[in-house]
Design a protein around this ligand. Structure first.
Ligand code: F6R
Length: 593
């Protein structure tokens, strides 16, 4: 959701920014823009419009060389999707040019209080920042004008600022929204995501909140908002192009589905150093010392959390509640005396979870973030963090992150348990089962013949019901078919009224002890005209079942059962020629509440 890239150095900033913005496209956006210095006229040119980065690439084809620039992809929050509201924005005289991620909650008040005489060019909250900097710069040094402005802002920001009077510097600032600085001998790149630094930076530093940066082509200084210098550490950037390209696959989503066995294996390697897990013993002690675990997450990560609850309760006998982050943040349940919080998030930047962690920290409770991005805001703000090791997930629809989340939760639950089985072996068996299925899958057939209606249902019991919830989210988000996941036994209490001739109902059956029950529910919908399909584990198979998966440990079935449902979603979207990796209205990293 919104991407920022800025560059200052010895190369053409345009190429680096456009490549970076292309790499950030996966975050979701509706407009793109760029500002470059025009040496001839000594001004910053601004190119921006609604639409894809490709449009920006075309419109800046003849832009003159500039070694400094900032770019942005916008996901509209304040103001319609149009050229005027696209970033970069500028101050009244066009001296200051800015790009911004985040939301300025008090923009109207700032406008009324300080800017009643300024001429505004857009409907955005962002423009207020540019206008304030210009107003304050009339009496203050530029850097003070920026920090004075920053102190007035309520909300969130990742910000890059250019000053046409001094085109040798990029100013940057961060609060709540992510921003990383990358360095190489060729220059400084500042972006909202490490992905944009690949190929241009050897080292990087993720900025802390309330920091202010002055970047020159061969030097970066970081300050707090009182302008006192802060020492920062730059780490080697280990991401490479292969992490961010599609390889032999037509879409990132398909690549990521196929990476799932290797993600599980990478988790095993990273979490087990010969016989001991790598999990910080303090995490185990904190959970053991708590009386209840609260899992907080959104979307797919919340679905992984539902499986996590089963793992923790069944293996470790710890009571667990799972809450949707956006609800928990403002509608807290009655908490137990000694709670422990687990935040599950692929991106580590989800604003709904950020709101939760802020209040958890205020209440002085301990928390653990399980995330794919160890440098992310949520990893840093929780007491502890655990990494998913899934590698960059670029398709908006989450696949390998779910499998990684369930795997890490399984290891955590196992560590808290009496360790009555070999989790490494069981996870390896699950990886193999996925691999064998992916070698033989023929899902295209399914989508052609079954998903012909406006709606679809996934049904299952126990863990299969939880997988059904995720399966339904995946199918609806990329194929736009109205899909629901239902507890198979619950259908007859209402939902069965929706079943008519040809309604697709996909049953998930992995548990032999309730195999018969789910099949009875299938019979009920068949009797009402449903077009049924079965995805089952070997130990549950019966004549005519369409997808049969190799058996795995009964608590790890979601890792495997979810994979055919990901492919169903993929092929349904492919069949309809939809943009599989960038479904409409969605963003990868949801940084607004
Ligand atoms: C669905 C999907 C979303 C995310 C949700 C939370 O495919 O990707 O539902 O799971 O937006 O995002 P994270 O995990 O980054 O907090």
């Amino acid at each position: 959701m919104c991407g920022i890239v800025g560059f200052i150095g010895n190369k053409n900033a345009k190429d680096i920014i456009l490549n970076g913005l292309t790499r950030l496209e996966y975050r979701g956006y509706d407009s793109a823009g760029l500002s470059l210095f025009n040496n001839r006229y000594q001004i910053f040119d601004v190119y921006k419009d609604e639409g894809r980065v490709q449009k920006l690439i075309d419109s800046t084809k003849n832009a003159p060389f500039s070694n400094i620039g900032i770019g942005h992809t916008r996901w509209a929050t304040h103001g319609r999707v149009n050229q005027e509201n696209s970033h970069p924005h500028y101050s009244q005289t066009r001296r200051f040019i800015i790009v911004h991620n985040g939301v300025i909650e008090n923009y109207q008040q700032l406008k009324d209080q300080y800017l009643s005489k300024s001429k505004f060019y857009s409907e955005t909250d962002t423009e207020v920042i540019a206008q304030l900097i210009e107003t304050f710069s009339q009496t203050l040094h530029v850097e003070n004008a920026i920090t004075t402005t920053l102190k007035l802002l309520h909300g969130s920001y990742a910000l890059l600022v250019l000053d046409a009077n001094d085109p040798e510097k990029i100013y940057a600032a961060k609060y709540k929204s992510p921003l990383v600085i990358g360095k190489s001998s060729e220059g400084i790149t500042i972006a909202s995501d490490l992905m944009a630094l690949i190929g241009y930076s050897n080292t990087y530093h993720p900025l802390e909140d309330k920091t202010f940066v002055v970047a020159r082509k061969d030097d970066v200084r970081v300050f707090n908002l009182d302008h006192l210098p802060i020492d920062v550490e730059f780490k080697p950037l280990e991401l490479t192009d292969t992490d961010t390209t599609k390889g032999e696959f037509a879409h990132y989503m398909m690549k990521e589905i196929h990476e799932q066995p290797s993600v599980i294996r990478r988790i095993i390697t990273n979490y087990f150093v010969p016989n001991q897990t790598f999990i910080n013993p303090e995490i185990i002690q904190s959970i053991q010392g708590s009386d209840r675990v609260y899992i907080l997450a959104a979307g797919t990560s919340m679905h992984a959390g539902l499986v996590g609850k089963q793992l923790l309760e069944k293996l470790a006998f710890i009571p667990v509640e799972v809450h949707i982050a956006s609800e928990f943040a403002y509608q807290k349940p009655l908490l137990s005396k000694n709670p422990f919080f687990i935040l599950i998030t692929q991106s580590g930047e989800t604003a709904d979870l950020r709101a939760c962690v802020v209040s958890i920290n205020e209440m002085k409770y301990k928390s653990l973030t399980i995330t794919n991005v160890p440098t992310s805001t949520l990893a840093r703000e929780a007491t502890y963090s655990l990494e998913l090791f899934a590698g960059p997930e670029i398709a908006v629809a989450s696949t390998k992150a779910y499998v990684a989340q369930v795997s890490v939760l399984a290891i955590l639950a196992y560590e808290l348990s009496s360790k009555s089985f070999d989790i490494k072996k069981e996870l390896s068996i699950a990886a193999l089962s996925i691999e064998h299925f992916l070698e033989n899958q023929a899902m295209l057939y399914l989508t052609r013949n079954y998903l012909t209606k406006r709606n679809c249902f996934f049904i299952g019991r126990g863990l299969d019901y939880l997988v059904g919830l995720e399966a339904a989210l995946k199918l609806k988000e990329i194929s736009y078919i109205q899909t629901e996941g239902f507890a198979a036994g619950e259908l007859k209490h209402g939902t069965i009224a929706l079943i008519e001739d040809g309604t697709p109902v996909i049953a998930l059956i992995s548990d032999p002890t309730i195999n018969g029950n789910t099949r009875s529910n299938l019979k009920e919908v068949q009797a009402r005209g449903a077009n049924t399909f079965r995805i089952v584990m070997e130990s549950c198979k019966q004549e005519g079942d369409q997808v049969i998966l190799e058996d795995v440990h009964p608590l790890l079935t979601p890792l495997v059962m979810v994979v055919p449902t990901q492919l169903i979603a993929y092929y349904a979207a492919l069949e309809r020629s939809y943009d599989i990796d960038k479904p409409r209205n969605l963003a990868k990293s949801v940084t607004v509440e």
